[in-house]
Design a binder for this molecule. Structure first.
Ligand code: ADP
Ligand code: GLC
Length: 481
């Protein structure tokens, strides 16, 4: 099949969160299965800087699209990182040549509507110019929510076929791409769509809603989250809209890219290891301790957290447990960036307890691997979690995840106390009480070396590869006979 993906992030070109890992790994897995895959992403500054470092790029192609009253030009870069996969980068410096992809100083850019409507129109224009219809156009998150509509509008205008079917994946229903009503003019779509059954959302417009309503198939990234977001508690206002698509909606659990997140082949680590020989994990542990200026021989438990610093990731509970981390003979290492409130709170905490708590406010891919490998326990006390990747990375790296019972965490972690023979992690109801109790359970588990070794080994033996998910996407992509 010829499969086109469109997303705002794609590993290894640009990553601020799990979206990049998932679209990157899925595109690769589909190419490996013999499909012809094209992935579109915006030409952010970081993407172009990365390309300058050596990728083979075909000569840029110019294009122009209509954005409301204006005709705007751009350039399309094409690269082929591997057989079967073509990456197409939509460039327009005015929109994308900025330090951060979505916001600066904690505030969204004012022209995110124009930026991402331009991106989506460029995707459709490139597909039209290619002259080869895709079997599937697979769109991810709000930045591509209008694509199902835009592609059909273009097909009608030019009397061509561009995409057999459209698929829209919700990676996080909390991010909805809501803009003022007047932004609708930038789409050049018929006014009739600016209604309750269309793109309109409480007097504004929502790009996520458009994707949910108008794609042929809608998915999200775990079965549990698929149930959750049909309820008012988790639907962030879109549960009703999602329920109207119940027949075309399902949860497909993400996998992990075992070429990238695999301790046996991970080149970013100081030593590699596997379930058969964990000595490399000890080297990673020593390197991690040294990286933060601590004694490499420290023998107590190391807790790690790697995540976007937002409320939904449960940072209030980690901060709320500061007495535990300050008092116990343990280490806490936090890698993250995001809301200033959390960055500052962690800064104060680390400064008050430098012997036990360390913080790195940065986006640092290599360090995130070192934390997964060097730690004993990984903290994910999320309030909501569509899928979550780090709990899977943790299990693969022999690091025991502490996770709340929400979303994809429920689908990927087995609680040790509930199923002592199969457990791979410690789970709790989201909240301070459950998290504090999980820390105490972790402390006890760390003392029971035999049990800890068994939990680690079970986690490392689990298969989180993309093999399962790819089959499910292929089923979805194939038109019903
Ligand atoms: P989300 O997409 O909601 O942020 P996921 O668990 O799906 O959550 O994915 C987060 C991804 O981003 C993981 O690969 C994680 O390692 C990575 N990540 C988050 N924060 C950082 C950081 N500060 N430095 C490096 N990687 C990070
Ligand atoms: C989103 C979600 C996260 C999920 C990721 C990849 O960013 O917050 O839970 O793992 O997308 O699908």
């Amino acid at each position: 099949m010829r499969i086109v993906h469109a997303a705002s992030e794609l590993f290894p070109y640009l990553k601020t969160g799990g979206l990049a890992d998932v679209v990157g790994a899925l595109a690769n897995a589909l190419a490996e299965r013999g499909h012809e895959v094209v992935a579109f992403l915006p030409g952010y500054r970081a993407v172009l800087d990365g390309l300058a470092a050596g990728a083979t790029v075909a000569a840029p192609r110019e294009f122009a699209v209509q954005l409301g009253e204006q005709r705007l030009a751009g350039e399309l870069l094409t690269l082929t990182p591997r057989p079967g996969l073509t990456v197409r980068v939509v460039c327009r410096p005015e929109f994308f040549d900025r330090q951060f992809p979505y916001w600066t100083g904690g505030r969204d850019y004012d022209d995110n509507d124009a930026r991402f409507i331009f991106f989506q129109k460029a995707v459709v224009e490139a597909m039209r110019r290619d002259g080869v219809a895709a079997d599937v156009l697979h769109c991810h998150d709000w930045q591509t929510g209008l694509l199902p509509l835009l592609v059909r509008a273009e097909e009608r205008r030019h009397r061509v076929s561009l995409a057999g079917r459209t698929v829209f994946t919700i990676h996080n229903v909390a991010y909805q791409g809501v803009f003022p009503r007047r932004s609708f003019a930038l789409t050049n779509l018929p006014e009739s769509l600016l209604s309750m059954d269309g793109v309109e959302y409480y007097g504004k417009i929502s790009l996520l809603k458009a994707g949910i309503l108008f794609a042929d198939q809608v998915t999200t990234v775990s079965p549990r989250y698929a149930q959750e977001i049909q309820t008012t508690e988790f639907g962030c206002g879109l549960d009703g809209v999602i329920r109207t698509r119940a027949n075309a909606f399902r949860g497909i659990l993400n996998g992990i890219d075992s070429a990238v997140w695999n301790p046996a082949v991970d080149e970013s680590l100081p030593a590699r290891y596997s379930v058969h020989d964990l000595s490399g994990k000890k080297v990673c542990r020593a390197t991690l301790l040294a990286a933060f200026g601590w004694d490499e021989k420290f023998a107590g438990p190391i807790f790690a957290s790697v995540s976007r610093m937002t409320k939904a990731k449960g940072h209030d509970f980690i901060l709320g447990a500061q007495e535990f981390f300050a008092r116990e003979d343990c280490k806490l290492v936090v890698l993250g960036a995001g809301e200033r409130f959390y960055e500052e709170a962690y800064r104060r905490l680390a400064a008050a307890h430098p012997a036990r708590i360390a913080l790195s406010v940065s986006l640092d891919e290599a360090r995130s691997h070192l934390l997964e490998a060097g730690a004993d326990f990984f903290l994910m006390p999320s309030l909501t979690e569509p899928c979550g990747l780090n709990q899977m990375y943790s299990q693969a790296y022999g690091t025991v995840p502490l996770t709340s019972r929400v979303g994809g965490l429920v689908d990927t972690v087995v609680d040790l106390d509930e199923r002592p023979e199969e457990g791979t992690g410690l789970m709790f109801e989201p909240g301070q009480t459950g998290f504090d109790e999980a820390l105490r359970r972790a402390r006890a588990l760390f003392r029971d070396k035999e049990r800890l070794a068994a939990v680690r080994a079970r986690g490392m033996r689990r298969d989180f590869s993309w093999a399962h998910a790819v089959g499910r996407y292929e089923q979805l992509y194939r038109p019903a006979p």
